[in-house]
Design a protein around this ligand. Structure first.
Ligand code: F3S
Length: 391
C-alpha cells in the first residue's frame, strides 16, 4: 500500500504509540481488502458504547486510551448509550452499571467526541455529497451513502474509533465510485403507506440482495416516502444484510448518474402486499419509537398521534432521541406535550442496546423493524410491530 511520508512517520511511532497502533489496524484492514492507499476522513462515527455491549473489557480499552491522553483528530460522534444514564430509566439499573456507563461516556467526551450521542449523526453534522467518512452504525452508514451520497464503509466500532484518532481510513469499498454502482434492480410494487411497511420492504430487500441495489417503486411518489420512512427502510435493510448502500430512485442525489453506469440485467421484484404479513397491533404495554432516533419532524408527527389518542392504547411510550433533537423539541413545546401523555425519553440512549430486565414480562410494540428484530434477541422481550395504519 502506498503511504505518504506523514503516514510512514505515524507508522514508525513519531506521532505517538496510540496513533501508531491505530494506523496499523487501518493499514492491515486496507491490505486485506486490497486498498492501494489511505484517505483522509472529515467525520468519524463510533458505535458500541453501551456498557451492555462492550462490558468491562471495552471499558478497560477506553481507560487505556484516556490514560495516554489520546484525542480524536477529526469531528467525531458516537452512537447512543444504554438507558442506564437516562433520568427516565436509570432507576431500573444497579449503581455499578450506571457508574460504568458514565465512565464510558466521560472518557469519550474527554477524547473529544461530540456531546450528543445518536445513531442519526447526520443531524449533528450533515455530510456533503462526496465527502469521505469513517462511520460505524449500519443505519447511519446506509443513510450517508444512499441519501446524502457521502462515502463511507460500514466500519466496526473499534475501527471507526481508530479512524477518529488518526483522521484516516483505507481507500477501499464504498470509498471507490466503481464499488457504489448498483448491480441489481429491485422493483418495489405496491404502496408503501407507512413507516412499518417501509421497514418490512427494507428488511426483505436485505434478505434477497447481496450487492448494491438500485431501488425503484412502481406506485410511489416522493411524498409517499417521507424521510422517516426512508430511515426505517434503510435501518431494516442494514439489519437483514451487510449492505452499506442502496441507490434509491428520486432519493439518492445523483441516482441518474449511477443508473447510467449500471448494468441492471439482474432483477428482483418485491410485492408489498405479500410481505406485510407480520401480526401487528395498535395497543400493548410499551410503545417504543425512535429506532433510529427521531428527528424533529418525526417528533411533531408523534405528538399529533398521541394527542389524537394513541397514548391511551399503551401503558408507557418510550421515545429515542438525541440531546440535540430533545432540546429543539423542548424549545418548541413538543417535549412538554409528550410528557403530558406520559412519554419517557431515552435521550442520547437506546433501549435496544440495553439489556432490559427479562423478569419483567412486558411486551414492547414498535414501529421499527430493526428494533423488532433485535429486542427479542438481546433482551428476550416479546416484541410486536405497530399496526401500519397507525404510523
Ligand atoms: Fe439507533 Fe439503537 Fe436503533 S442505536 S438504530 S435506536 S438499535
Amino acid at each position: 500500500m502506498y503511504l505518504t511520508r506523514y503516514e510512514e512517520r505515524m507508522l514508525q511511532g513519531e506521532e505517538g504509540e496510540v496513533k501508531r497502533k491505530a494506523l496499523e489496524v487501518i493499514v492491515k484492514i486496507g491490505e486485506v481488502v486490497g486498498a492501494e492507499r489511505l484517505i483522509d476522513v472529515v467525520h468519524a462515527h463510533v458505535s458500541g458504547i453501551s456498557y451492555f455491549s462492550i462490558g468491562d473489557y471495552g471499558l478497560e480499552l477506553l481507560e487505556e486510551l484516556q490514560g495516554s491522553g489520546t484525542k480524536v483528530t477529526v469531528f467525531t460522534t458516537a452512537n447512543p448509550y444504554s438507558l442506564a444514564l437516562t433520568p427516565d430509566f436509570c432507576k431500573l439499573f444497579e449503581e455499578h452499571v450506571i457508574a460504568k456507563q458514565r465512565r464510558i461516556v466521560d472518557i469519550l467526551k474527554k477524547m473529544g467526541v461530540a456531546e450528543s450521542f445518536t445513531c442519526t449523526p447526520y443531524l449533528l453534522r450533515t455530510p456533503k455529497q462526496g465527502e469521505h467518512l469513517a462511520w460505524a452504525e449500519s443505519n447511519a452508514v446506509l443513510y450517508a451513502n444512499s441519501v446524502l451520497d457521502a462515502y463511507t464503509n460500514r466500519e466496526g466500532g473499534i475501527v471507526a474509533l481508530m479512524a477518529a484518532i488518526v483522521g484516516k481510513t483505507y481507500c477501499g469499498g464504498m470509498h471507490l465510485y466503481k464499488n457504489r454502482i448498483p448491480r441489481v434492480h429491485v422493483i418495489v410494487r405496491g404502496s408503501i403507506r407507512s413507516r412499518v411497511v417501509a421497514g418490512l420492504v427494507g428488511y426483505k430487500i436485505g434478505e434477497l440482495v447481496k450487492e448494491v441495489p438500485y431501488i425503484s417503486f412502481t406506485s410511489v411518489t416522493p411524498s409517499d416516502l417521507p424521510i422517516g420512512s426512508i430511515k426505517q427502510m434503510l435501518a431494516a435493510l442494514g439489519t437483514s444484510s451487510d449492505l452499506a448502500m442502496a441507490v434509491i430512485e428520486r432519493v439518492t442525489p445523483n441516482y441518474r448518474e449511477y443508473l447510467r453506469r449500471a448494468d441492471l440485467s439482474k432483477r428482483v421484484v418485491i410485492n408489498v402486499e405479500e410481505i406485510v404479513k407480520e401480526p401487528c397491533t395498535s395497543s400493548g404495554d410499551v410503545l417504543f419509537v425512535g429506532c433510529p432516533h427521531l428527528d424533529l419532524e418525526e417528533l411533531k408527527e408523534l405528538t399529533l398521534l398521541l394527542e389524537r389518542g394513541l397514548a391511551n392504547n399503551f401503558r408507557e411510550v418510550w421515545v429515542g432521541v438525541s440531546a440535540k433533537v430533545f432540546e429543539l423539541g423542548y424549545r418548541l413545546g413538543l417535549v412538554q406535550k409528550l410528557r403530558e401523555h406520559g412519554v419517557k425519553f431515552a435521550v442520547n440512549a437506546c433501549p435496544v442496546v440495553t439489556k432490559l430486565d427479562t423478569s419483567n414480562k412486558v411486551e414492547i410494540v414498535t414501529d421499527s423493524v430493526k428494533a423488532f428484530s433485535y429486542i427479542p434477541r438481546i433482551s428476550g422481550r416479546s416484541t410486536s410491530l405497530l399496526d401500519p395504519k397507525v404510523w
